[in-house]
Design a protein around this ligand. Structure first.
Ligand code: SLL
Length: 150
């Protein structure tokens, strides 16, 4: 590892959940279909920086830990309840960087203006997205070169 002095590599990401009510197809345990995802804000390819993304679902799901080694980094499921989804981002080996833990709240219901949560089924998808920048401080020189030339 040879660090590039006074340099920062900034990689913007978006992550979150998108859910919709299954309507006529809904049953007690499968009222909603949802996707949790992590991507570049303009859908840039992040696979030259990221080696894998691990999504940690609620233990009520089968094989609650889902690992995606290539894009799209996303998991689609059906379920009935909201919970916090853990997302661990692992970076390419040559980066020498530690993994990063993120958290995405799965939202199935829109929050009303007064902040109270009403469990109202609606046809519009419910989207909860966060924007974040992954900052690599004094990144490895050859890693930086590889990412920049991409
Ligand atoms: C709640 N703390 O009580 C949350 C837990 C868990 C949601 C929500 C499983 C679906 C399946 C599922 O939707 N779990 O078993 O396929 O609201």
């Amino acid at each position: 590892l040879k660090r590039k002095k006074d340099t920062e590599l900034v990689v913007p990401i978006c992550y979150g959940t998108c859910a919709y009510w299954l309507g006529k197809k809904a049953d007690e345990y499968h009222s909603h279909k949802w996707t949790v995802y992590l991507r570049g804000p303009e859908n840039e390819d992040l696979s030259h920086v990221i080696s894998k993304v691990v999504f940690n679902l609620h233990p009520s799901f089968k094989e609650a830990q889902r690992t995606l080694e290539k894009p799209p980094y996303e998991v689609t499921e059906t379920g009935w309840g909201e919970f916090e989804i853990g997302i661990t981002v692992h970076f390419s080996d040559d980066s020498g960087e530690k993994s990063v833990d993120l958290s995405a709240p799965l939202k199935l219901y829109e929050e009303s203006a007064d902040g109270k949560q009403e469990k109202k089924e609606q046809k519009k998808p419910v989207i909860k997205e966060k924007y974040e920048e992954m900052v690599f401080h004094e990144p490895d020189e050859s890693f930086l070169k590889r990412v920049k030339s991409h």
